[in-house]
Design a protein around this ligand. Sequence first.
Ligand SMILES: Nc1ncnc2c1ncn2[C@@H]1O[C@H](COP(=O)(O)OP(=O)(O)OP(=O)(O)O)[C@@H](O)[C@H]1O
Length: 353
Amino acid sequence: MITISNLTKSFGTFDAVKSVDIEVPQGAFLVLVGPSGCGKSTMLRMLAGLETPTAGTISFAGNTVSDGDRGWTIEPAERNTGLVFQSYALWPHMTVSGNVEWPLKVGKMPAAERKTRVAEVLKLLGIEKLAARYPNEISGGQQQRVAIARMIAPRPGILLFDEPLSNLDAKLRVEMRTELLRVHRATGATSIYVTHDQVEAMTMASHVAVLKDGEVEQFGTPQDLVAEPRTAFVATFVGTPPANLIPVAPQGVATTFDGNVLPINLNLSGPAQAMYRPETLGVSAEPTPKSLALEFAEASPVAGRIMITGTKGDMRLTAVVDSAPKFTPGDTVHFTVPETPDALFAPNGERMP
Ligand SMILES: Nc1ncnc2c1ncn2[C@@H]1O[C@H](COP(=O)(O)OP(=O)(O)OP(=O)(O)O)[C@@H](O)[C@H]1O
């Protein structure tokens, strides 16, 4: 179990991470996700012991490893964590097996044991044939495997990943996701993984923490976040594709949806944001009494269905439907809105009861 309590990191007067409280169960795969600059890497660096928190504590299995209130942190090498970055940072003058063996040498493991362990992890990552090559003689994907092998060789109890797949092409990323999860399970370690790719987050995670401006907007399983987003930000950040938000306001017994009056009564007392999942919206070429006209933007096939996106000003709606008329860019597409939204959020983004 990793316990993060009131964790804060300030750079001068700027708080990059603010009062974060999270408990990560043993063996979990926690993904930290959020837009650029929200504090993901800073969180991971504190977990790795590369930064001392300004306030709050981190403990691993009940032992405090960083204490911002006292201003100390246990050194990276002493805290049973392994870290892999986006850039693989392999030692160019060492072979693949030399790279993987290095942390074991530093850890003073006897030579015979090192040899067995290196062979074991190279096999686990499927790179045993590359053992004698140098980093410049293998591909980017293979280099990333070597970096992961090097990280897990000393058997750390906690694996930390900072956007490890972002340098790889799309196909390799998908393959490596599966591979990483296999390694995670094989080691039995608790993993914490930073990404700004929500698809990666939702497919890999046992737990997700959505960060915004240094704070945790929501922490839970991927299913929890999609089913019950606590804020409008989370609603538009998770799910494939993410949920739609439409600005709404009461108009007698009707409601204005982004300025258009529709005969739907949402019983509102003031302005709000209505959330509709893409599969609840319909599309048609002709208007209906409960539809909104947007400009067609794109259509793409998803798992045997069709995803249609339209835009109007700042609003972007996505519907996932079984079939749709053929639209071309510039056409008007009418999105039909169901009577009941999937959720309502106040203008400040908080979920309404
Ligand atoms: N050493 C530093 N000094 C001052 N500000 C910093 C420092 N490190 C990070 N920051 C700031 O803290 C905020 C959080 O940075 P961080 O790198 O944790 O974000 P991130 O979510 O990982 O972003 P990205 O997805 O772009 O990597 C940013 O606004 C960044 O500019």
